[in-house]
Design a protein around this ligand. Sequence first.
Ligand SMILES: Cc1cc2nc3c(=O)[nH]c(=O)nc-3n(C[C@H](O)[C@H](O)[C@H](O)COP(=O)(O)OP(=O)(O)OC[C@H]3O[C@@H](n4cnc5c(N)ncnc54)[C@H](O)[C@@H]3O)c2cc1C
Length: 354
Amino acid sequence: MVPGERVDLAVAGGGVIGLACAWRARSDGLRVRLLERGAPGGGATHAAAGILAPDTESEPGAAAFAALGRRSLELWPEFAAELERETGHDVGFARSGTLVVALDRDEADVVAREAEQWERLGLSATRLGGSECRRLEPGLSTACVGGVHVPHEAQVDPRRVAAALVAALGDDVRSGVEVVEATAGAVTLADGSRIEAERVLLATGAWSGAPVRPVKGQVVRLRGEPPCERMIRSEHVYVVPRPSGEVVVGATAEERGFDTTVTAGAVHELLREAYRALPEIAELEFVEAIASLRPGTPDNGPLLGERADGVLVATGHYRNGILLAPATAEAIVSLLAGGALPEAAEPFAAGRFA
Ligand SMILES: Cc1cc2nc3c(=O)[nH]c(=O)nc-3n(C[C@H](O)[C@H](O)[C@H](O)COP(=O)(O)OP(=O)(O)OC[C@H]3O[C@@H](n4cnc5c(N)ncnc54)[C@H](O)[C@@H]3O)c2cc1C
């Protein structure tokens, strides 16, 4: 890209959200430039477990989130298949389902309340006793007293998704380039050069500025014979088994500003809780523990659409940016084509905290 050249869309931020929006816009025939200050996919996307869980991630009163999440989960199979056709990259989409488990009576009360909430949101989940859970997942601890099986939830490998999107975008991605100013018609880079653009999209994750705040998440990766087939979630931890033998154990949610220190206490707690649910965890190889920053908002829903100054934003996806990437891209390309936000995205309009 020669500074001064004009493009249809300049995207600041190369996480899953910026990459997905840029790819969909390019597929619609727009000339796109994505500007990433580090390595694309190196932010929260690099840490994410890749759970696609619109129902078991929804919180009380979160009907709007569940609707957007379900729309995105509906889009994921074709999004993954198209990416694979275009790039040859397998992004690891698998409908492995979620089994939410209770490991004592107190946790059983919590799971029962959650199940009621999900049923109110129209989810058809199956409540199970402890032995039924263990029939599904023999690796579960004998302490398991019950659970809820949600078979339609799925997973992808976020690192593979980012790599595939980068491959699909080719030269349209520029790494090591920081955007220092974004206006409706141009971005200014740290070296002082400008890129003129018909539309500018800010997708800078936890670094998007107010009202977005960083929420630290620590996560552990293990490798070996997965101790379960389904994604297992307890009150304190989730375990995501991948066909590759990677097992992800997550995650903390900490309000600590931009700190990304990995702490002994967090790693200890994640592994202890994973072991409580699935004792075979202890046999796996330890691969890594990392921390990254989720983009949170005052209501922890995403910010989608146009700001008052005409700049487009797609940020604030908090714990669900991987899940919400296809629906976010769908919303942004609709706006780029002169349309409105899709109905499921309307409650998340960018101006709602202005
Ligand atoms: C531990 C953990 C586990 C998670 N698990 C899941 C999960 O299982 N499922 C799920 O759906 N979500 C999960 N998430 C959330 C998900 O990772 C995020 O919601 C998602 O990655 C947000 O994507 P993003 O593109 O907005 O941000 P990021 O991936 O953080 O990307 C933002 C990018 O913008 C770049 N940038 C910032 N400022 C500038 C600038 N000025 N100029 C140029 N570039 C800039 C950054 O370098 C970064 O690469 C998890 C998050 C964490 C931390």
